[in-house]
Design a binder for this molecule. Structure first.
Ligand code: HEC
Length: 127
């Protein structure tokens, strides 16, 4: 009986879910936020892509300029591999946490965003 249920899930439910999912992702109204990144993308367009890799897009007006500049942007930059002068992302962690954070590659050693793109994003969010 158990085997039959498993077989049903694999043969029917899984393909059905896949079909629903691919149907949804073809829906043009769901693709409004996605853009093709090229050299012409604006800071806002780039922010919409990169920030949303990890969480919802926070509107620039949510925070004041100082908080963006001195706190959030350096923190998010580190998570995209943008190093900050004099800022060691591991400094307040104890050694076991350092090991875990490194293993998870939370602060990539190399940038995963082009420097110019990051600068465009920073400009938009500091307005
Ligand atoms: C690699 C994943 C990642 C990316 C990319 C990322 N964030 Fe975050 N963001 C996080 C995590 C994790 C937190 C919560 C942890 C923290 O606060 O350090 C967070 C928290 C925040 C917060 C809440 C305040 C804070 O410091 O906790 C804001 C605002 C924010 N992110 C804005 C942005 C913006 C704007 C971008 C794009 C430029 C961005 N994030 C890109 C992972 C990311």
């Amino acid at each position: 009986m158990k085997n039959l249920i498993c077989l049903l899930i694999v043969l029917i439910l899984f393909p059905a879910l896949l079909a629903i999912y691919s149907f949804k992702s073809n829906d043009p109204s769901a693709a409004n936020d996605s853009i093709h990144i090229n050299g012409e993308a604006t800071g806002k367009e780039l922010a919409l892509v990169y920030c949303k890799i990890c969480h919802l897009f926070p509107e620039p007006a949510l925070l004041d300029k100082k908080t963006w500049t001195t706190s959030v942007l350096p923190n998010m930059g580190l998570r995209l591999g943008i190093k900050q002068k004099d800022k060691d992302p591991f400094e307040n962690l104890d050694s076991i946490d350092v090991e875990i954070v490194k293993r998870l590659n939370i602060y990539p050693a190399n940038p995963i965003i082009m420097k110019e793109d990051w600068e465009k994003i920073v400009c938009v969010l500091q307005e």
